[in-house]
Design a binder for this molecule. Structure first.
Ligand SMILES: Cc1ncc(COP(=O)(O)O)c(C=O)c1O
Length: 370
């Protein structure tokens, strides 16, 4: 192996493997459990959009044909949905892929990018993969992005700034006023990537989407959204990026010709029309949030008020031990240690039954560990 490591690109030695949410089947196998719930990856607990499921079932017989590499119809639908033109859009194999394409487009060896800490680890992965260096700026006391400090971190090497809004794993948002002030300080040759994976869950009235800036004509803004969260299509892998056409054309040079499969395109198009499912998903999430807040308060646990479908909460005990204890009870959550907060966990808001089960498991865990 030592020989191979001499052959591989140097930057790979700096890459830390992504820590995914533990899969349900793995916990069933390892712990001999049947009934396991996963509240670890911010998926939609209601399943996939029913309209998407219908479209997938109807089109299974067509997968012998290559997909439309240009995603023509999905782009047309999305353009109408967000109020842009199709040439403002790039579709990816999840927004993860668009993040990778962005790094491939902009990052040369030694270039810098800026992200919050903690925030979504894929930014670091994609930039490091291209030989770039990630500068991490701690979140503020509200667990939201410290945009002033992020703007101050920009220098002549900076290419990309990642604004995860709502931020994963904290669920906090930055306000429109803060974004206005931030963008006024960002030079035109630095691209601001708004990651709005949880946009559809936001309920803060002061929130402003990066799309507003794009529509105002800003050239150095990219906005990412996904079908993985509220639309319930994580397994299909569809996300998209929005920017000015020239920027989209450059990003598109890095894209594989058939990066989004045909079922994913059809599922996404159908999900986009499923207003009923969206409304229900938002409702279940809001009810779940209210229930979990109340239960956390009753146990004196500090949590970050969320604008997404997950909550970052301080258990005051070792989160790895809490994770193990909850796994034994068939509940999968995310530990905070990977984000630099060893006593926190991140829990996805589930269905009412899942949330109750999580709270019952939490009580047992706190009894064991306190
Ligand atoms: C902030 C953020 N951005 C992007 C993604 C990736 O989503 P996708 O499934 O579209 O690749 C996630 C998924 O967890 C996320 O939390």
């Amino acid at each position: 192996m030592e020989e191979i490591s001499k052959l591989t690109r140097q930057t790979l030695a700096r890459i830390k493997p992504y820590v995914p949410g533990k899969p349900i089947e793995e916990v069933q196998r390892e712990y001999g459990l049947k009934d396991v719930i996963k509240l670890a990856s911010n998926e939609n607990p209601l399943g996939p959009s029913p309209k998407a499921q219908e479209a997938l079932a109807l089109n299974l017989g067509k997968v012998n044909i290559y997909p439309d590499g240009s995603c023509y119809h999905l782009k047309e639908d999305l353009a109408r949905h967000v109020g842009l033109d199709p040439d403002n859009l790039i579709i990816g194999n999840g927004s993860d892929e668009v993040l990778k394409l962005l790094s491939e487009t902009f990052i040369n060896e030694g270039d810098e990018a800026i992200m919050a800490d903690p925030s979504f680890s894929e930014y670091d992965f994609c930039v490091t993969l291209m030989g770039g260096n990630m500068v991490k700026v701690p979140v503020n006391e509200k667990f939201a992005l410290d945009l002033e400090a992020m703007a101050a971190a920009i220098n002549e090497k900076t290419k990309l700034v990642f604004v995860c809004n709502p931020n994963n794993p904290t669920g906090a948002v930055v306000s429109g006023a803060e974004l206005d002030a931030f963008l006024a300080k960002v030079p035109e040759n630095v691209v601001v990537v708004f990651d709005e994976a949880y946009f559809e869950y936001v309920d803060d009235p002061g929130y402003r989407s990066g799309l507003d800036y794009l529509k105002e004509g800003r050239g150095n803004v990219v906005v990412l959204r996904t079908f993985s969260k509220i639309y319930g299509l994580s397994g299909l892998r569809v996300g998209y990026g929005m920017a000015q056409p020239e920027l989209i054309r450059w990003i598109s040079r890095t894209r594989e010709p058939f990066n989004v499969n045909s079922l994913a395109q059809l599922g996404a198009r159908a999900a986009l029309t499923d207003q009923e499912f969206l409304t229900k998903s938002r409702h279940v999430n809001n009810e779940g949030k209210a229930y979990l807040y109340q239960e956390f308060q009753a146990r004196n646990l500090k949590y970050v008020p969320t604008n997404a479908n997950f909550i970052f909460v301080d258990l005051g005990v070792d989160s790895k031990k809490a994770f193990e204890s909850m796994l034994r009870q068939g509940v999968i959550i995310r530990t905070g240690d990977i984000f630099g907060y060893p006593t926190f966990i991140r829990v996805t808001v589930g269905t009412e039954a899942e949330n109750r089960r999580f709270i019952a498991a939490l009580d047992q865990t706190l009894k064991e560990l306190r």
